[in-house]
Ligand binder design. Structure first.
Ligand code: ATP
Ligand code: MG
Length: 278
């Protein structure tokens, strides 16, 4: 019998490893000792009430949050101890998708996608224009996300769902090792939200990269993720395979929301820690 293939071995190695992560703002713990692994090919939904620390956790992966303790490794980089110039490399490997799309409205869809190629490159690219290879790549990515026919239109003329597809194509232009999507569907209607999440999940699987996506809508998380991580007051209180979780397991994330604007520690005495098989 043959052993595991290289691809299988690679898939079994986490691309992101977070251990004991603490982030504090003005001495207030916002993340209170978080552990997280993200594996190639999986879509992980990050849930939690407003203020529970979802965006802070994502920012910690790219060195944008003030980490006070713990270890964070992303695609081979030690985020708490980056060498000179390494931050830029790390960020160029990290595709980001935001709630408000963050496109340049007056520029064409194609140019917006091409700006993804500037990550990790010098300003000279801006002056020299984009290579035809980059243009071909950008067009093929627009085709992949289903809006190649909009390539020459200004980004502002597209619907929200289409703009988010452009933003995803722009992230893919970076040839990312990981995609972080912070509430990517919060500005979309439920039907469009589903198609965008389906697209992200397909990318995770086809490209073999982890996609971490924060969401506010439980049914979307239950339908479009492989794993769920639930934060409450800066602590992971629910984690497990999506197939093994139901809305009742997650309801506790959203009770007593008022506390989320209060200090994160000590942990809420009544909060159930649900830890299912991963
Ligand atoms: N730059 C900052 N300075 C001070 N406090 C901050 C900063 N960024 C975040 N916080 C605080 O950290 C806590 C967690 O914020 P975070 O943005 O991570 O929450 P979230 O779960 O993403 O919320 P939402 O669902 O509203 O986006 C909040 O109490 C917030 O006020
Ligand atoms: Mg947030």
């Amino acid at each position: 019998m043959s052993g595991p293939s290289t691809a299988e071995l690679r898939a079994a190695m986490p691309l992101v490893t977070v251990r004991g992560l603490r982030v504090s703002y003005e001495e207030r713990a916002v993340l209170a000792g978080v552990d997280l692994d993200l594996f190639p090919g999986e879509t992980v939904a990050l849930l939690g009430a407003s203020g529970s620390g979802k965006s802070t956790l994502m920012k910690s992966l790219t060195g944008f949050a003030p980490i006070s303790a713990g270890a964070v490794r992303v695609a081979g980089h030690d985020v708490t101890n980056l060498a000179r110039g390494e931050m830029r490399t790390l960020r160029s490997k990290t595709g980001q998708v935001f709630q408000q799309f963050n496109l340049i409205p007056r520029l064409s869809v194609l140019t917006n996608v091409l700006t993804g190629a500037l990550h990790g490159a010098g300003a000279i690219n801006l002056l020299g224009g984009f290579s035809s290879a980059h243009r071909r790549q950008a067009l093929s990515l627009l085709d992949r996300v289903g809006i190649a026919h909009k390539a020459n239109e200004p980004a502002r003329s597209l619907s929200g769902g289409q703009q988010q597809r452009v933003a995803i194509a722009r992230a893919l232009m970076q040839q990312p090792s990981i995609i972080l999507a912070d509430e990517p569907v919060a500005s979309l209607d439920p039907k469009l939200a589903g198609t965008v999440l389906e697209l992200l999940r397909g990318i995770a699987r086809e490209d073999g990269i982890p996609v971490l996506v924060s969401l506010h809508v439980l049914p979307l998380a239950l339908e479009y993720s492989d794993r769920i991580v639930g934060l409450r007051h800066g602590d992971i209180v629910v984690t497990g395979r999506t197939a093994h979780l139901c809305s009742a397991d997650l309801a506790g994330l959203y009770t007593d929301d008022a506390r989320d604007s209060a200090p994160a520690s000590p942990p809420h005495p009544g909060s159930a820690h649900v830890r299912l098989s991963v």
